[in-house]
Design a binder for this molecule. Sequence first.
Ligand code: HEM
Length: 200
Amino acid sequence: MRVIIWFGALLPIVYAAIRFSAEFHPVWLRDIFVFIEGYARIVLTKTPTDPLKFLTDLSGNSGLWLLAVTLSITPLRSYLKINFLKYRRFLGLFAFFYALIHALLFIAVDQQFDLAATAHEVITKPFIAFGMGAFAILLLMALTSTRKLYPKFRGWHKLVYFAVVLIAVHFLMSHKTVTFSHVTVVGVLLMLLAMRLVKR
Ligand code: HEM
């Protein structure tokens, strides 16, 4: 099971490697990718035109979906009696890993470690402030998820509910226009939260 999780969680990195190496694809591999593109709505044969935006979006979405998978572990157990509880921390850490890449891309690449400029972005752009708030909670959870610290900080981990709400708002506000698919993503997140709250 751990191998499947490793494989699934690292797929976004494989995808990024495929996109950034597009110019060097051998012909036989390119033919396979063109074939896949024909059937799945996925681009494999073009180098991203805006690499920073590509990586920010990829890491943000990967963090969001891995968090959703992590949140589904409790409802899976209470509603369907499928117990993947022992993998919850592992999945949560992968979600944090992508959130960390996402945050670092903004602070290190976009803002060039200029902390005054970063603080200005947080103050003037509410969607950045919501993202930062969510990231701070995920950081706290990752740091206190060790076997030794978790029992002491168990209560603090309820903050994940707040983090998910912040991420949902951050996600919606990061787009100029909100589409049906954006609302669906937020609906899935909120439904997972509701399922955890209603039955435990
Ligand atoms: C340090 C905190 C954060 C910062 C500075 C930040 C920054 C950004 C920026 C600048 C964008 C817009 C990229 C664009 O122009 O398209 C964005 C989008 C996004 N962020 Fe964050 N973010 C933060 C935290 C998070 C967290 C914790 C998550 C979830 C785990 C997240 C998930 C997303 C998603 C899903 C998008 C939309 C990507 C898309 O358009 O498909 N962000 N974020």
